[in-house]
Structure formats: structure tokens, C-alpha cells
Design a protein around this ligand. Sequence first.
Ligand code: B16
Ligand code: MG
Length: 223
Amino acid sequence: MVKFSDIKGFIFDLDGVITDTSVYHTEAWHQLADKVGTPWTQDLEDGLKGISRMDSLNMILDAGGVSNNYTEEEKVSLANEKNDRYLSLVNKMTPDNILPGIKEFLDSLVSNGYSISLASASKNSPTVLSKLGLTKYFSNVVDPASLTNGKPDPEIYQKGAQILDLKPEQCIGIEDAESGIESINGAGETSVGIGSRDTLKDADILFATTKDLTLDNIKKAMN
Ligand code: B16
Ligand code: MG
């Protein structure tokens, strides 16, 4: 078992951890599901979290059994349509949209000398971070376009440790999605889940909300 004193770096998910853009992703995907005739369910909503744009679209089309009704070109245009809707919601964001406790947690990581990286599946993360005024904390961002496999594959969290020059066991990954927890665990890092045990069954450490995300609480949970 990894000890708290072994930890040197923290790897963050973006949507659902740093800010609630997961609500905007959901709103935009829900509209698209209505358009293609896929019934919206809580399972589908939870399953889409952390999943890349094209994989999310394919999940929605498969759930409605309508995958074969669209050409590849039409699929790309559906994904673009969803992204335009998502960006129009993101454009209204301000630093007030940072989830409670996150700014304080980032400051405590900086002042205690921890390294920080971002492992978001989102190609829009630079825009979102800039809207939130958090760009200065994230000079180390895994480029989702560089990935062969998205979450739940471990690749994104492995790269999140590599860009910090750290071994997986020196890193903690923080996630709100089941696919993300699976990715962190697969990479051999310690997983912190934000949410409920119902959805985040395999998280090593679980906090109900970002307000509980502090170095003290993590230390207590690990020791
Ligand atoms: P985009 P995360 C993920 O971000 C979202 O959870 C997921 O809903 C979204 O489809 C994915 O990013 C791709 O986002 O369309 O903006 O490239 O949770 O990994 O930070
Ligand atoms: Mg997320």
C-alpha cells in the first residue's frame, strides 16, 4: 500500500472535478440524443462521463440502435453540433464556476511543492481553464489528441505521471467518473473519487464533494 509520504504529484480530471462542465456536456448530449431518437437514461448519462467526444456519440447512437443510419461524415457533423452547443454554454463561464474548495486545494499543492498535471479527455480544456482563470496551475496538460485509447484505458493517467517525471505510485489521480477511476487504477496510481460509492465502486479514497478535497483528509485516508 502506498504511503502519503510517497506522493509527489496530483493528476486532475477537469469536467466534474475542477468545474461542473459535466452538466453542460450532459445538456448538449441530451439534446443530441433527442434529435437521433435515443431514450435518455441515468445509466447512459453516467456512462458518458470521461468518454471522448466521438466515443460518446457512438455510445448514444448504439443505445438507440441507430448507428447504421448515419455515415461517418454525418457523425462528425453531429459531434460538431454537440460541441458548438457545449461551447456556447462554456462561453458564459467565469471563475465563479470553479467547484468549492478546488482553488484552495490547488494553492495548498503549490505551497507544499507538489507537481500538478491535467488528464482530461476534453479537447476544450484549455478554453475551460482560461475561463476559470486556472491556466497558471496547469502548465502540464496531457494532449487528448495524442492518445491511442481514451478512458477507461490507463494511457491518459500514465501520461499524466510521465509529464511530471514521476512514477505512477508517486501520483494521486482525482476523478468524478467510473471510467476515470478505472484508468487511474489501471495506471497503478492512487485513485480519489468525487461522488457516490454507487457509481465510483473502485475508488481507493472517496469524497462526497470537492469541499472535502484537502491534503489533510487525503493523508488521513491513506495512513
Ligand atoms: P470534448 P474529463 C470529458 O472530460 C468529459 O467528461 C466527457 O463528457 C467529454 O465527452 C470528454 O471530456 C470530451 O470532451 O468534447 O470537450 O473534447 O471528464 O475527462 O475532463
Ligand atoms: Mg470528469
